[in-house]
Design a protein around this ligand. Structure first.
Ligand SMILES: Cc1cc2nc3c(=O)[nH]c(=O)nc-3n(C[C@H](O)[C@H](O)[C@H](O)COP(=O)(O)OP(=O)(O)OC[C@H]3O[C@@H](n4cnc5c(N)ncnc54)[C@H](O)[C@@H]3O)c2cc1C
Length: 532
């Protein structure tokens, strides 16, 4: 097989790249390890709770047990279908803080400051509630406000203001500190994955071939030039050659993994897994940065929470509302309102994100709803300093890599999560919540000191699924950079990584919109080079 461009991975970024290339008339082959996105739970927003552990639409990775998680392995879902993680995620549409992108530029990633990337955020989206200087009006990705807002969410927004957080009209606007309602990547009642919003626009064109259930097993090289990709479909093996470029968009676990098993990584590590080095690139799989949370939950009274709406007759009623009115609990994502705030005075940008959900969850199984009504604030270490690794453990493409996130290994992250829990407690203690709370169920009143709260976070905390940094972008003098600011893999020709893994550090907020922005900017780079 031959193409101009071969894109590995039809995820948040991969679908954007494939669509923009195909739209420009380029001949594209898009390889996706998972199946087509036809499963109904993908398209019903609340279906995320069914997708978190889905055996076929999810890679279901896990991290190693570590000190920062009290020896627990943490489940790491990643989407494995058209749309990738945008087909199984919580659908929150939230951009990083201006300072995130400015710090990338400051570290030497020329062209990635906030002012540089804003046009790509705008180009990607259609925000249905208005435009303004920061918002897009006619991009493929539809962004909507919540259609149905449970009263507990309004109480959270009021309580947060009573606790001193200013109200922010649009958390994706210029003002990114304070409390605001969440926005979602949704098309009406349905999930707006990049498969449904971007890829659907070109899928019937003759110049794009989308191959599903196709696992890329190796990048093919001639010397230091990437010339194509080997892949397997069931027990059949095949190869596709790229006349222009190969684009790796496998996401933060698979992109470094495929590079390593193909011979691009630390030569020392490659030797231990029996892979002949093509190029010694020590940063591949290093610098892993992710968001870790601890939860504060209350038992709710005299108000409806998702817990009650998700069973029996009420669930049936919500099902009917969904199909007839396009509203109700089945249109919900993971968090209906949020606070961005600081863990201490003097910080230039927020380092805590508090995500409110009118629901409470089983402390032992993340994402499983409790029977009794409840409400939760997830306290995220929004600018973590801890760094981890993702390393192949053999040359076998089907053997999962070892994930060591090192959560809470940096002292400052422990301080931030403790402060996040204290700030969440302060919000729950405000008058707006008094009529609706029976009392705190997590961490529980007996947990008060900094050490007790930190230990609670180690014992019960979780990822919120935003790993990045393992193929980080950086300037020439950064020996740990995997790609340059044009997203080209250092020392290799004909190969770029265009996905969330290139972020030098995780953004202050959830990562999907930024992965899509990277896809938009990366495709402009590909097309500009093709024109020269
Ligand atoms: C459960 C969950 C909830 C989340 N919630 C939110 C949220 O509410 N808001 C938000 O902003 N972010 C959220 N995120 C994060 C966000 O979805 C990701 O940051 C983003 O999707 C990453 O995009 P990507 O293109 O880097 O990778 P992905 O979207 O993961 O795409 C990678 C694709 O490559 C394919 N692939 C991988 N390896 C191969 C191979 N060898 N051969 C062929 N194909 C391959 C995969 O199957 C996948 O389709 C969530 C993530 C998860 C998992």
């Amino acid at each position: 097989m031959n193409a101009e461009y071969v894109v590995v991975g039809a995820g948040s970024a991969g679908c954007v790249v494939a669509m923009r290339l195909a739209e420009a008339g380029k001949h594209v082959v898009l390889l996706e390890a998972g199946p087509k996105d036809i499963h109904p739970w993908i398209h019903i927003p609340a279906g995320i709770l069914k997708l978190l552990y889905h055996p076929k639409l999810n890679w279901n990775y896990h991290s190693e047990g570590e000190k920062g998680t009290a020896g627990r392995e943490i489940h790491w879902p990643r989407g494995k279908t058209l749309g990738g993680s945008s087909s199984i995620n919580g659908m929150l549409y939230i951009r990083g803080h201006q300072a995130d992108y400015d710090s990338w530029a400051q570290s030497g990633c020329r062209g990635w400051s906030y002012d540089d990337v804003l046009p790509y955020f705008r180009r990607s989206e259609s925000y249905v509630s208005g435009t303004g200087e920061t918002r897009g009006a006619d991009g493929p990705l539809q962004v909507e406000d919540y259609r149905t807002i449970l009263p507990l969410t309004h109480q959270f927004v009021e309580a947060a203001q009573q606790a001193g957080h200013p109200f922010a009209e649009d958390l994706n606007g210029y003002e990114r500190v304070g409390v605001g309602y969440s926005q979602m990547s949704r098309i009406g009642r349905r999930r707006g994955s990049t498969a449904q919003t971007y890829l659907s626009k070109v899928k019937n064109k003759e110049n794009i071939q989308i191959i599903t259930n196709a696992l890329a097993t190796k990048l093919l090289f001639e010397g230091k030039k990437c010339i194509g990709v080997a892949f397997s479909q069931g027990d059949k093996s095949n190869e596709v050659r790229a006349n222009a470029e190969v684009i790796l968009a496998g996401g933060s676990v698979n992109s470094p993994h495929l590079l390593q098993i193909s011979g691009v990584g630390s030569a020392e590590h490659l030797k231990t897994i029996g892979v002949e080095p093509v190029h010694d690139l020590p940063g591949v799989g290093q610098n892993l940065s992710d968001h870790y949370i601890a939860r504060v939950s209350h038992r709710a009274k005299d108000a409806v929470s998702i817990n009650q709406l998700s069973r029996g007759l009420r669930l049936m009623r919500e099902g009917i509302r969904f199909f007839v009115e396009g509203r109700g609990a089945l249109t919900f994502g993971v968090s209906s309102a949020q606070v961005f705030t600081h863990s201490r005075e003097g910080l230039a940008s927020p380092d805590i994100q508090l995500l409110f959900s009118p629901a409470s969850y089983d402390p032992q199984k993340f994402g499983a709803l409790e029977k009794e009504p409840g409400m939760t604030i997830a306290c995220s270490i929004a600018r973590p300093e801890s760094r981890g690794t993702i390393m192949a453990q053999s040359s076998n493409p089907r053997e999962y890599p070892i994930i060591r996130p090192n959560y809470m290994s940096a002292e400052n992250d422990v301080r931030v999560v403790v402060e996040g829990v204290r700030q969440a407690r302060k919000i729950f203690s405000q008058p707006a919540f008094q009529p609706y709370s029976v009392g705190e169920t997590l961490p529980g009143r007996e947990i008060q000191s900094d050490d007790e709260i930190a230990e609670f976070a180690r014992q019960t905390g979780n990822t919120i699924y935003h790993p990045v940094g393992v193929c980080k972008m950086g300037p020439e003098d950064d020996k740990m950079a995997v790609v340059d600011p044009q997203l080209k893999v250092r020392g290799i020709q004909g190969l770029r990584v265009i996905d969330a893994s290139v972020m030098p550090a995780v953004t202050t907020a959830n990562t999907n919109s930024t992965a899509i922005m990277i896809g938009e900017k990366g495709s402009d780079m590909l097309l500009a080079d093709a024109a020269n």
